[in-house]
Design a binder for this molecule. Structure first.
Ligand code: GLC
Length: 476
């Protein structure tokens, strides 16, 4: 069996700030029957080693980066059938958060994730991995390091989960990273006077994927290319989009231990909904419950949402919001929840609570300005909550307009709006209220969505085809 090393800066359940962690958890599981796959991530100090049986591997070494030597200790565990490798170094791991506080990124992130990348290269050198699958800017430098090292034959696949986070740093970091100044060119890492880690992944990996087919097209345009559209166009021959999936066992209203009562159809959600409303002090079980779950960042459409909430609050509905992120957003949300009795707001990230929200919700709000893939809409389908989405990125590939509902299809349906304005969002919400009052259609749609397959079944096959073509040394 071919050996794959899957590298990510976050993996659920060990550490998570967003969808990347879910993908790094579920995609390797979907591939493990066909490949010998190991997952590697940093051993952040917040990870509970005892709980997951994480032990030292008696493998420690030093990495010289620039003029400094850094100690590395490797740890490992086998968890739910997957072998995990953890990189421990104080510089990388001894932090309260993964990448920074709500207001600032850690100033030494270049060195932290540079070190993570060097540690991955060290592991590739001593082992016979056939492919290293790299994710987002935090691992992007591995592609460059492997490209430079002629002893390593491992093939590199680079997945972009979000082009908006490129890993941009002052040019002085090159010296700290021990990376030659000759890479500070437009063809390599230079980007408007800064060093851009992601460019390393794009230029030096053997293949690139993004997390949905639509996003793969969008990033080639000035609107969505975040300044890299031209650069990406040079490499479009090795770029493809593969839609993410979700883990059907982790997101199953029948198996979910967080729910007070398991269910298999939309009628079965009632106990979950009344229980949640009671817990949150919201009134009106017969009114539609709208939820928002996610990071409070502009990408997720927070401005639209905050602008629309006061109008929504005057309607016959309840609203529950869960998440964390930029401070100005959560201040605004908090004050709205204090102003309106039908808005509830919870700050923080709480996986079981998120599951209970999906279990109770009638609608999920996803007004993202851009969305590389998005997983929440798929989770919403699985739990019988109808997503309300802006037609962009992975949302185009996964949510069809309910107006075109075809009960025979295997597509998921939701309320789709086309322009990222609060007016369009409001109209979509009004449409959702109407849909909710058409009980027959609402239930039929939700039940249909619950039966759709958003697991990795299809997409894992596409990754496998890609892995196999890399293994066969096919050039593009
Ligand atoms: C990022 C993207 C999101 C995607 C996730 C997993 O968080 O913003 O759209 O679903 O990565 O790939």
């Amino acid at each position: 069996m071919s050996k794959i090393l899957f590298a990510s800066s976050e993996v659920y359940p060990f550490a998570k700030t967003g969808g990347l962690a879910d993908v790094a958890h579920s995609l390797p599981r979907a591939l493990q029957n066909d490949y010998e796959i190991e997952v590697i991530m940093p051993l952040y100090c917040s990870i509970d080693k005892e709980r997951y049986g994480i032990l030292p591997l008696a493998q420690s070494f030093r990495i010289t980066m620039g003029e400094t030597q850094y100690p590395i200790e490797m740890y490992g565990c086998s968890y739910e059938g997957i072998d995990y490798r953890f990189v421990y170094s104080p510089l990388l791991c001894e932090r309260e958060f993964l990448y920074g506080t709500a207001t600032d990124d850690y100033e030494d992130n270049a060195r932290r994730f540079g070190l993570f990348s060097y540690a991955i290269r060290a592991l590739l050198k001593g082992n016979d991995y056939d492919i290293v699958h790299l994710n987002d800017w935090q691992c992007a430098l591995v592609a460059l390091l492997v490209h430079e090292d002629h002893d390593i034959t491992t093939k590199t696949l680079y997945t972009i989960h979000n082009l908006a986070y490129q890993g941009l740093f002052e040019p002085t970091v090159l010296q700290e990273l021990g990376i030659s100044e000759s890479y500070f060119t437009h063809e390599a890492l230079e980007f408007y006077g800064k060093v851009n880690f992601m460019k390393g992944g794009i230029a030096y990996s053997n293949r690139i994927t993004t997390v949905s087919p639509t996003y793969a097209k969008e990033i080639l345009t000035p609107e969505e290319g975040c300044g890299l559209e031209g650069f990406l166009q040079c490499y479009r021959h090795k770029l493809m989009g593969i839609l993410n999936g979700i883990d059907p066992e982790h997101f199953s209203p029948l198996l979910d231990g967080a729910l007070i009562s398991p269910y298999t159809n939309v009628k079965g959600k009632k106990p979950s909904k009344s229980d949640l409303l009671k817990q949150l002090g919201l009134k009106g079980v017969t009114k539609p419950l709208f939820v928002f779950i996610g990071r409070f960042v502009s990408q997720k459409g927070m401005d639209l949402l905050i602008e629309t909430l006061p109008k929504m609050a005057t309607m016959e509905c309840t609203i529950a919001i869960l998440g964390e992120g930029e401070e100005h957003y959560y201040r605004a949300l908090k004050s709205l929840s204090e102003q309106y009795i039908n808005i509830h707001f919870t700050l923080g990230y709480d996986e079981p609570f998120a599951h209970r929200l999906y279990g109770a919700a009638d609608f999920l709000l996803m007004p993202s300005l851009f969305e590389p893939c998005g997983l929440n809409q798929m989770i919403a389908f699985a739990y019988g909550a109808i997503p309300i989405v802006h037609r962009v990125g992975g949302l185009v590939d996964s949510v069809k307009r309910f107006e075109n509902y075809d009960s025979q299809s295997d597509e998921g349906y939701g309320v789709v709006f086309f322009t990222p304005t609060s007016r369009s969002l409001f109209l979509a919400i009004r449409k959702s209220m109407e849909l909710y009052s058409d009980k027959k259609l609402f239930e039929s749609l939700s039940n249909h969505n619950m039966q759709c397959d958003f697991s990795w079944n299809q997409s894992a096959k596409l990754y496998a085809t890609l892995y196999d073509s890399l293994l066969m040394g096919e050039t593009v």
